[in-house]
Ligand binder design. Structure first.
Ligand code: CUA
Length: 422
């Protein structure tokens, strides 16, 4: 029996309501990402905050619009045809007339998409050429992916060498001056990683033995988060990074502080005992503290010892000038709070929660704000915090920091020492 007109009307109304609800949900989601700022969405590409990410976004908007219109037309046509030509009880069983081979249609639906894609292609290639244009006069930084953190080597004196005495090395957090283009040379020390700060630019693969040029620029001071986007082993998900854009005067102070050698702890202090633990344990075989164990850290490529280079572990010389550690998965100052609204929302918030801005540039550290629980649990059992590779590589090296079996006294002494490294 065919459905009554009332039931048919009801079905149509229901379908219309479902379509309306789905449309509203999609529009609200788009609005949330696109127009509500990036609060709570630290890794969105849709809220560009620099020249290069804006160039990419300028491509995304029209392509999204065209794809949206085409999508609505295609899905709408499929829905309409499915509805109109559905099987009915009084069908005579005859097959509808087929359109296969209709030349005008074939040409039409081949040419139109080809034209749309060609137009998109022209603008995409233009943008790509622009993004890859070298900026030799810009500050040069080598970005090196490691299992599982990022090392940054600044060629401050512009002599083509990232690791000279006049250059600086840091880890996890890339500090740049606001508004300036910074040219990156992205590489890897072990496996393939991918460097991605979505608010500032797209992704660039970090491949061992290759140096891929890339650029970033931030329109305003702030903290821009990133994440390794190429699966690179157990702690791939724990391989995060931060770009911290500082006003030029603060950036200059940051540089001046980074160029200093480590602060020497007072004789007989707990920090001095911690320094002895650092030198006596395996710590000093991988981590460099400039002015402390330069002679122990060799350049893996040249075998030359004593260079400002952090080998297979982060340089700790100015540890406390950073806001995060352990591949940026934990805060060095206030405890981690994923819901802290001060993180990405405030465009001028250069500091992480609790991290006094002064600490960035070598100023005094408020001991009360130091995230001791995170430092302690990390030193107590690193693989428990950030899973490390259980299988040694060809060189017999484990990836990631091993459990050194430190005593609680040694851990306290080490923290006393580490927190002097500003
Ligand atoms: Cu490095 Cu994923």
């Amino acid at each position: 029996m065919p459905p009554s007109p009332r039931r048919r009307l009801l079905a149509r109304v229901l379908i219309a309501i479902v379509i309306a609800i789905v449309t509203v949900i999609f529009v609200l989601m788009a609005a949330q990402f696109k127009w509500a700022g990036n609060a709570g969405h630290q890794l969105t590409t849709l809220v560009p905050q620099g020249t290069f990410s804006s160039a990419i976004n300028t491509l995304v908007d029209p392509v999204f619009f065209v794809a949206g219109v085409v999508g609505v037309l295609v899905i709408g046509a499929i829905g309409f045809i499915t509805w109109k030509f559905r099987e009915r009880p009084d069908d005579d069983g005859e097959f509808p007339v087929q359109l296969h081979g209709k030349t005008s249609f074939e040409i039409g639906w081949t040419a139109l998409p080809a034209l749309i894609l060609a137009a998109v292609g022209v603008f995409t290639v233009m943008t790509l050429i622009d993004l890859n244009k070298p900026e030799p006069q810009a500050m040069q930084v080598e970005v090196s992916g490691q299992q599982w953190w990022w090392a940054y080597h600044y060629d401050l004196n512009h002599d083509g060498n990232y690791k000279g005495d006049a250059d600086i090395t840091t880890a996890t957090e890339l500090v740049i001056p606001v508004g300036k283009v910074v040219e990156l040379s992205v590489t890897s020390n072990d496996v393939i990683h991918s460097f991605w700060i979505p608010a500032l630019n797209g992704k660039r693969d970090a491949v061992p033995g290759q140096h891929h040029p890339w650029k970033i620029q931030a329109d305003h001071a702030g903290v821009f988060r990133g994440q390794c986007t190429e699966f690179c082993g157990l702690s791939h998900a724990n391989m995060r990074m931060i770009v911290r854009a500082l006003p030029q005067d603060e950036f200059d102070l940051w540089v001046a502080n980074q160029l200093r050698t480590a602060v020497e702890p007072a004789a007989g202090s707990e920090a001095a005992a911690g320094k002895a633990v650092f030198l006596g344990q395996l710590c000093s075989s991988c981590h460099l503290i400039n002015g402390v164990n330069n002679e122990k850290v060799a350049d893996p490529k040249t075998g030359v010892a004593g260079q400002l280079q952090s080998g297979v572990a982060p340089d700790l010389t100015h540890l406390m000038s950073r806001g995060t550690f352990i591949g940026s998965i934990q805060n060095l100052y206030a405890p981690d709070d994923p819901n802290d609204p001060s993180l990405p929302g405030d465009p001028n918030n250069v500091s992480l929660p609790g991290n006094p801005r002064a600490a960035l540039v070598g100023g005094p550290i408020d001991e009360a704000l130091v995230n001791r629980p995170a430092l302690e649990s990390w030193l107590r059992n690193p693989p428990g915090v950030k899973p490390a590779s259980a299988v040694p590589n060809k060189a017999g090296l484990l990836r990631g920091m091993p459990n050194l079996g430190l005593t609680e006294v040694q851990i306290d002494q080490l923290i006393a020492y580490l927190t002097t490294l500003k």
